[in-house]
Design a protein around this ligand. Structure first.
Ligand code: HEC
Length: 126
């Protein structure tokens, strides 16, 4: 009887520890997943901030147009070309990372247009 109680207490302790271990593992996993999910959002935020700083004055806060045209869905290729300067648009000095972040943001605003542009670019560079 005494031993029975002793062993069941022992195994309770074991299970409690096991449960704690599993919970700890799960919370680590949850943290990892959350970090992975947050990374692209962070990139978008960077792109949005860069866009607002460098482009929104002419292309509108949501890239739907203003002084310049609607540029939602613009790919990296077009960001590179346009920021060299076009007739009505001045050249804009950006780092590679800034151009990439801006393109990622603009593509996220209109993924279907972006996908179409990418397909088109793949065809003409073949
Ligand atoms: C001073 C105003 C101004 C700023 C700032 C500006 N743009 Fe423009 N952008 C224009 C104008 C005006 C045009 C139309 C150019 C033309 O057709 O000659 C244009 C055209 C473009 C085009 C081509 C669109 C098309 O349909 O042909 C892209 C892409 C573009 N801009 C991207 C950007 C990005 C990215 C930024 C920020 C890094 C930016 N622009 C900042 C004025 C601006």
């Amino acid at each position: 009887m005494v031993w029975g109680v002793f062993f069941s207490l022992l195994s309770l302790g074991f299970y409690a520890e096991l449960r704690q271990g599993i919970m700890r593992l799960l919370s680590h996993l949850a943290l990892c997943v959350a970090t992975l999910l947050a990374l692209p959002c962070w990139a978008d935020d960077q792109g949005q901030a860069q866009f607002v700083d460098h482009c929104a004055a002419c292309h509108g806060l949501h890239a739907l147009g203003g002084n310049g045209p609607d540029i939602q869905g613009t790919t990296l290729n077009d960001v590179v070309i346009s920021t060299r300067g076009m007739d009505q648009m001045p050249a804009i000095d950006l780092s590679d990372a800034e151009r990439q972040a801006i393109a990622a943001y603009l593509m996220s605003l209109a993924p279907e247009i972006a996908a179409q542009k990418l397909r088109f670019e793949a065809q003409i560079t073949r």
